[in-house]
Design a protein around this ligand. Sequence first.
Ligand code: SF4
Length: 298
Amino acid sequence: MEYIPAKTILSGYQEQKSWFGCHYNMNLYRGCCHGCIYCDSRSECYGIDHFDQVCAKENALETLERELRAKRRTGIIHTGSMSDPYNPFERDERLTQGALEKIARYGFGVVMATKSDLVVRDIPLLQRIREHSPVAVNITITTAEDALGKQVEPSAPAASRRFTVLRKLSEAGIPAGVLLMPVLPWITDDPANIRAIVEKAAQAGAKYLFNGGKEMFGLTMRDRQREYFYARLDENFPGLSTRYRKTYGYDYGCNSPLAKPLWGEYTRACRVCGVAYQMADIISIIRKGYEEPQLSLF
Ligand code: SF4
């Protein structure tokens, strides 16, 4: 594990709040070792060479504390968009845990995205934050089958463990949901898989699922990300990269050929199971009982 210099940990305040109602973004780590074959963060635009090596940001907690104290507005902080905040190094490094302690102390809320069951360790801290601010945990699940998960997310905890995490969060009173994205054409875009994810998530107590919508029931692909993805397809799904190349060329948006019927299956299953799937409803669930963020006293 290497340490890299970082001037900032938190982004500036976003008024728009379109992504789960969040106002700030936080990255304590750079890179991720979960090995998802489709990971967008490998794209050149992010400039992360050796993406699979996790680096921690130097003085991350001191920097975060300084930033939290200086913010004029409290708000909801999102973490988990460029790397998993619960990569295996977090077990000992405890940067995410330390950040949650500061978030609790300075009166901010948090929405986390992860594939790891290590988040369960921090349930007491999430409960403390929930005493004053919104909290939610998004667990990414792209397949209900552990064996297929091993092929597309080789080093991440199995899907079955992630459903257990949903149950534990839900039993602890932490709003939790599923990020059902990406959907991989000819791999995970099976109606039975989509239905199984919705049903198992609902049984585990998930309050919502989120997917990019019927216009993006698929995945996005760019440069280095595409090269890496096709190389892994050649190892595990012989012939499939040729099909992708013929169908999508260099397109950014690679929608499943089944996008429309899948969207119908997905939304029907969500309604039957009583879980939300529209972002506006999800934000209402997360923010229920809390006021708009206040000008900070700090
Ligand atoms: S967990 Fe997220 S950041 Fe990590 S490799 Fe998978 S998709 Fe990328």
